[in-house]
Design a protein around this ligand. Sequence first.
Ligand code: NAP
Length: 261
Amino acid sequence: MFTALTGRSVLVTGGTKGIGKGIAAGFAREGTSVVISGRDEEAGQQAAAELSSAAAASGGKVRYISGNVADPGSCAGIVAAAVDFGGGLDVVCCNAGIFPAAPLREMTPAQLEEVLAVNLKGTFYAVQAALPALSESAHGRVIVTSSITGPITGFTGWSHYGASKAGQLGFVKSAALELARSQVTVNAVMPGNIITEGLGDLGDDYLRTMEASIPLRRLGSIEDIANAVLFLASDEAAYITGQTLVIDGGQTIPESLEAMG
Ligand code: NAP
């Protein structure tokens, strides 16, 4: 049904764990060259080896490049490595993100700055570094991992995180306009609660409560997000830009628990 992505060059920031690793696995299975980045060298090398062997049959290949998206120089290095590995760059997935809880009354300027630097500024830095290469691609795509938290919902302790995720959507709209002249599309996925290493850290109680509030009665999987990202990267999605796609099992639909029936 969809045109194959074989041979495309893809960068997934934060592709060493969780949702990003799922996105990278999806692209690698499609026979693309994928660079995954993150700060933890051991986890990154392990993920690249695992994803490469899983994708070998389809011709996909995966390389880990160490980098911090909160540092513009580091983003330039990651992008250069992706261009070198894939012979150009077609898809940039701005996925790296952190979600440490901090109630507003106690939040320090350093805590606020860290979340904005990684989640929001990191999106800018990665895309800015990739602009020249994306402009030369015939299939240029930027796909941002935002969240339902911030743009649609709120959560006590995550005001800084929610602001960073809503900020990413503001970025998407204007960036979509600026990149349209190069035929590069810019879109965002908005996951609900997806089972990842990061979410697991929030504890069993959190996970069970969340599950109960989701109409489809399960937390999302990393494959649920990867499938949406692969669609947005496809040739068939070439006319979609500046848009968002909620993937949350219906979590943001009910007005109250009673509404779920
Ligand atoms: P995760 O399992 O903790 O993975 C986060 C990834 O980002 C890791 O690869 C991590 O690698 C990388 N990362 C973190 N800080 C970085 C930095 N400064 N520079 C480069 N890489 C960095 O988290 P996740 O749950 O998959 O979340 C991924 C994205 O999805 C985030 O943007 C998050 O906001 C969004 N999201 C998640 C959920 C969910 O339910 N899980 C829901 C909505 C949105 P290192 O630690 O090695 O740097």
